[in-house]
Design a protein around this ligand. Structure first.
Ligand code: NOJ
Length: 558
């Protein structure tokens, strides 16, 4: 089928179903809750939803551990609810991209239950089993570490062997070298495409191919083994095969989570003629501030941030990058990049400076109303197993307080707190008394209802920005040029196509100061403000511009 490549002009909204909206009062978000908010999404203007996993799962990792790929998690509803949801999305011109988690399954998946039952079970080779090392085989087969701390191997008594899991021990890795596994994955994709799904966000997809012999990883204080399974030996072969067996048969979008992907190898991963993935997420801009597993928070460096985004703007036109500031794996962005006293101003500044770049934008639920981290976040409130493990390990070494400090700033839980719909009890997320995870107490002030009522809210700003961006060729495919790259406070860039030229100026600091604009940008006949996070002032580009805290403006010049 000829691909329309609709994703090049899409704005995606990520829903983390457990925390989005609860329809039945059990304190857990669900599909009927999503259905009840489809008009809200339509009003926001997004054109696609990425839904984090909603399949059957014992929820060791909130659905990223799937026990049945063809059915819906009981807590979220039924296949009929799901069908109603996708129909409702399509009726509103919104596409649906589901999460495809196939590097691993849950240990409660039937395949794994069979696999672990005996060495000659037909499903044995669906997973990666090895004998232990040492005289009595009591040492793991190699030194690889789980991304969730500890060894990547778990011993299983039934067959006296170890299985590999790059995440928790309840997430055994599938053996992609087994052709049957690869066919199962293609069949799962086709099953959902036949039901109308528009694409997949492919979880840790660059980890699927492991190096033969599973050699020890080089020494590394945190994660060991990466070099033996990140974009491994058969990665391209397996993804191309999956593309041919499934993805290429529908007008799809596939976006790969990008461990190991940089601008230098992006073309190998997503160039259209390779017929592999369509788009990619990079971690480069996120990890220069924070990675979710390493507990030591880093200081934000604007020069580096600009360099990473600017490099990605060089991506060839037969490839597609993604633009995101938040997702369910990081704490909220506002405290990371700005001072909370300027909460919405920072939110608008980030939106202007990042979402007018080339690439497919992703907005994570709650980002559009400026949700923040939970103040005074305590160990008893941690729900994410990574937070719990980090805290426990640190506590064992007498570092409990440091862990609390670090997790306050960077736990994934912050982004998973229930969506704040109103100032009603539990933020209007549920009608029940309890919620699966604590509601951020600041919902009384920060919520959708309040944002809808106030014309200058971040929410209204997002609506305006999305409208401005959709169909705008300058943004979708125009050229990019950065000015003053070494400036530590301001990001200035230009986007241009044919005779149209946009200029973005963003002050990333909480200070007011006079900024000298590059000469080239002060020569124009006409200058129009397109988007601005202050009500007035700076209505044209002048040589000396007084920029207020976190002020950001997008101009069109002629
Ligand atoms: C990446 C997902 O985004 C994250 O939430 C999950 O824990 C891991 N993959 C494991 O599936």
């Amino acid at each position: 089928m000829a691909k329309t490549r609709w994703y090049k002009d899409a704005v995606v909204y990520q829903i983390y179903p457990r925390s989005f909206c609860d329809s039945n009062g059990d304190g857990i978000g669900d599909i009927r809750g999503i259905i009840s908010k489809l008009d809200y999404l339509k009003e926001l203007g997004i054109t696609c939803v990425w839904l984090s996993p909603c399949y059957k799962s014992p929820n060791d990792d909130n659905g990223y551990d799937i026990s049945n790929y063809r059915d819906i998690m009981d807590e979220f509803g039924t296949l009929e609810d799901w069908q109603e949801m996708i129909d409702g999305m399509h009726a509103r011109g919104i596409k649906l991209v589901m999460d495809l988690v196939v590097n691993h399954t849950s240990d409660e998946h039937e395949w794994f239950k069979q696999s672990r039952s005996s060495k000659d079970n037909p499903y044995r080779d669906y997973y990666i089993w090895r004998k232990g090392r040492g005289k009595d085989g009591k040492k793991p087969p190699n030194n690889w570490t789980s991304r969730f701390t500890g060894s990547a191997w778990t011993y299983d008594e039934t067959t006296d062997e170890w299985y590999l899991h790059l995440f928790s021990k309840k997430q055994p890795d599938l053996n992609w070298d087994n052709p049957k596994v690869r066919q199962e994955v293609a069949d799962i994709c086709n099953y959902w495409f036949e039901k109308g799904v528009d694409g997949f966000r492919c979880d840790v997809i660059t980890y699927i191919s492991k190096e033969e012999g599973l050699p020890n990883g080089k020494w590394n204080p945190a994660l060991k083994g990466d070099e033996h399974f990140t974009i491994g030996p058969n990665y391209h072969k397996y993804i191309h095969e999956l593309n041919q067996r499934s993805w290429s048969k529908y007008d799809t979008m596939t976006v790969g989570e990008g461990q190991g992907i940089t601008i230098d190898n992006a073309e190998e991963i997503v160039a259209e003629e390779r017929e592999e993935l369509d788009c990619v997420f990079t971690f480069e801009h996120q990890t220069q501030v924070d990675s979710f597993i390493v507990t030591v928070p880093k200081k934000f460096n604007l020069v580096k941030w600009k360099e990473i985004f600017s490099n990605w703007q060089k991506i060839p036109s037969n490839c597609q990058n993604s633009l995101y500031i938040e997702n369910h794996d990081y704490s909220r962005s506002l405290p990371r990049y700005g001072k909370l006293e300027y909460r919405e101003t920072v939110g608008k500044m980030l939106a202007i400076s990042v979402y007018l770049l080339k690439g497919t934008p992703y907005i994570y639920q709650g980002q559009e109303i400026g949700m923040t981290n939970i103040d005074n976040f305590q160990p008893e409130d941690y729900k994410d197993q990574v937070s719990v493990k980090i805290y426990e390990i640190c506590k064992k070494f007498g570092l409990g307080k440091i862990a609390i400090w670090a997790l306050q700033r960077k736990a994934r839980d912050h982004a998973r707190a229930p969506m704040q719909w109103s100032d009603a009890k539990n933020a209007g997320f549920t009608t029940g008394d309890e919620t699966w995870m604590m509601v951020n107490p600041n919902y009384v002030d920060i919520n959708v209802e309040e944002s809808e009522e106030r014309p200058d809210s971040l929410l209204h700003f997002y609506q305006k920005l999305i409208k401005f961006r959709l169909g705008n060729e300058v943004i979708i495919k125009g050229s990019y040029k950065q000015y003053d790259a070494k400036n530590k406070k301001v990001w200035v860039y230009e986007r241009a196509l044919d005779n149209k030229k946009y200029v973005v100026v963003a002050n990333y600091t909480d200070k007011q100061f006079s900024y000298t604009m590059p000469d080239e940008l002060t020569k124009y006949e006409k200058c129009v403000v397109l988007l601005h996070n202050y009500e007035d002032g700076n209505n044209k580009i002048v040589k000396k511009m007084v920029l207020r805290p976190y002020e950001a403006i997008a101009y069109e010049i002629e």
